[in-house]
Design a protein around this ligand. Structure first.
Ligand SMILES: O=C(O)c1ccccc1NCC(=O)[C@H](O)[C@H](O)COP(=O)(O)O
Length: 203
């Protein structure tokens, strides 16, 4: 459905402490092997050690790794050295001014940033798929201060996407909750969103 709708990238959500989009590693691997070669697959991993992240990648074999949490053991450069052909995308949960510093600190070690609205400090960590919008001014400050592609996520839907793009000017958009019904991707909601984005590029 997402390929037909014109998505450029598929996000394959691995094991997470919470969220509506989680799938098994087996299914993620099947999808990663099936997609057209021109399409990127981002494996979303909540692993926080280099060994755990590399093992997760071996199970799925995606074109990119989207790290939804902070590393607690090892360094991003260790992952890059082990998997030079795999893009590294670090998620920054945009909460306050510290998030801008965090983005600037990791920018040199990754291929892209993705700005989302999770709360890694919650009792049950929220690492994405929240459906919540964050402070887009902070996101804009990040876009303006790093020299990397930056994706915007967090509560995007067909009625707020124009404003989000105008304010933040991201490289790309990532969304989950607003195009689902009862947790499953909804073709009508997806088309409504894509049509809105297409109308923005035409106008
Ligand atoms: O979808 C999930 O369950 C999920 C859980 C934890 C991390 C990421 C998750 N989804 C993938 C994404 O990157 C979402 O597209 C992103 O967080 C935006 O979600 P939403 O605010 O619901 O549009």
């Amino acid at each position: 459905m997402a390929v037909d709708a014109g998505a450029d990238i598929l996000g394959l959500v691995g094991h997470m402490p919470s969220g509506p989009g989680i799938i098994s590693d087996g299914l993620a691997a099947e999808i990663a092997a099936w997609v057209p070669e021109s399409m990127e697959t981002f494996l979303l991993t909540s692993e926080t050690t280099v060994a755990g992240i590399l093992a997760h990648h071996r199970r799925v074999n995606s074109t990119a790794l989207q790290l939804v949490d902070e590393l607690i053991d090892g360094h991003l450069s260790d992952i890059k050295a082990a998997l030079p052909e795999v893009k590294l995308v670090q998620v920054i949960h945009v909460i306050n001014q510290y998030s801008v510093q965090q983005a600037q600190q990791v920018a040199q070690y990754v291929d892209a940033l993705l700005l989302d609205s999770g709360n890694p400090n919650a009792v049950i960590k929220e690492l994405g798929g929240t459906g919540r919008v964050h402070n887009w001014q902070l996101s804009k400050d990040i876009v303006d201060s790093v020299d990397l592609p930056v994706y915007l996520a967090g509560g995007l839907n067909h009625s707020n996407v124009s404003k989000a793009v105008a304010q933040v000017k991201p490289h790309g958009l990532d969304l989950c909750s607003s195009v689902r019904t009862h947790h499953a991707l909804d073709v009508e909601k997806l088309s409504e969103f894509i049509n809105q984005v297409k109308s923005m590029t035409v106008n």
